[in-house]
Design a protein around this ligand. Structure first.
Ligand SMILES: Nc1ncnc2c1ncn2[C@@H]1O[C@H](COP(=O)(O)OP(=O)(O)OP(=O)(O)O)[C@@H](O)[C@H]1O
Length: 263
């Protein structure tokens, strides 16, 4: 097997007496979409933050294409190719869509000093290309603060792609979006993963989105990973149904659990 883009081994994180992440091991290949799901407090965000460098793990390791990243600060991790989108989209509202992407491109080129004078001229062609990739080429000159929320999420995705990530961490990417827009955004993320070989790790509370879009699903409960496999298998796993999806062993797992299942 070729080297995974992301390899998490024996990851541990404690907050006082709470073991938020308890010996978690999983991997993620290039071009693969992995959903990390589980009940409230299961440890998903903590796991994300240990991978992105926002939190330091107490034990275990995180490797990006074989290189250990778990002792590095978030900025170094970002430079090595880990992009991130947030539960509440993080863009500069007063700047145009194109300028948001251009700031990321300036940062990647280590030219943030040019921000004031040059941002709106920097790599305009590449910016247009990135906006086309996320389906909003016509919105380049609109301030982010005036966009519909679904388009803000696409702009945020373009910002994350500006760094040519090997690994994209998407934290509840569809939170706050209308149901129709959710499926479109995740179809786009899946397309980017499959066509460009980006490994995508996402958390999500809409169970339909998870099972329709993930190539693999990993389930956490009380800090531990209790399942990791193809969506069909995980959906029918008795323990997963007991702790998260609901439904007894003889009932089919819910197809439309949607918002009913907390994440
Ligand atoms: N900064 C912190 N200080 C103390 N305890 C924390 C901190 N962050 C998380 N925890 C605890 O760690 C456990 C895991 O929390 P985490 O936020 O990672 O879960 P989660 O699966 O992301 O939950 P949710 O779906 O509600 O966001 C919980 O018991 C939580 O209360």
């Amino acid at each position: 097997m070729s080297e995974p883009v992301l390899a998490v081994r024996g990851l541990m994180k404690r907050f006082g007496g709470v073991v938020a992440v308890d010996d978690v091991t999983f991997h993620l290949a290039a071009g693969e979409m992995l959903a990390l799901i589980g009940p409230n407090g299961a440890g998903k965000s903590t796991c994300f933050n240990c991978i992105g460098g926002q939190l330091k793990a107490d034990g275990g390791s995180v490797r990006l294409s074989g290189r250990r990243i778990d002792r590095l600060p978030p900025r170094r991790i970002w430079r090595l190719g880990v992009g991130r989108t947030f539960q509440v989209a993080a863009t500069f509202a007063s700047m145009t869509v194109a300028e948001n992407v251009q700031v990321a491109l300036l940062s990647r080129a280590r030219r943030l000093g040019d921000l004031v004078t040059r941002a709106n001229r920097f790599q305009r062609g590449r910016t247009t290309d990135l906006l086309a990739r996320v389906g909003i080429p016509d919105l380049a000159d609109r301030p982010c603060g005036l966009l519909a929320y679904g388009d803000v999420k696409r702009a945020e995705l373009a910002v994350a792609l500006a760094n040519d990530p090997k690994l994209l961490l998407m934290d509840e990417p569809t939170a706050g979006m209308a149901p129709g827009e959710r499926a479109k955004l995740m179809a786009l993320a899946r397309q980017l993963a499959h066509e460009q070989g980006i490994a995508v790790l996402f958390t999500e509370h809409d169970v339909d989105i998870v099972f329709d879009h993930a190539d693999r699903v990993a389930v956490m409960d009380q800090g531990a990973l209790i399942a990791d496999g193809p969506p069909g298998r995980v959906r029918n796993d008795a323990r997963v149904r007991e702790v998260y999806l609901g439904g007894g062993e003889d009932e089919p797992a819910p197809n439309g659990a949607g918002e009913a299942a907390p994440c």
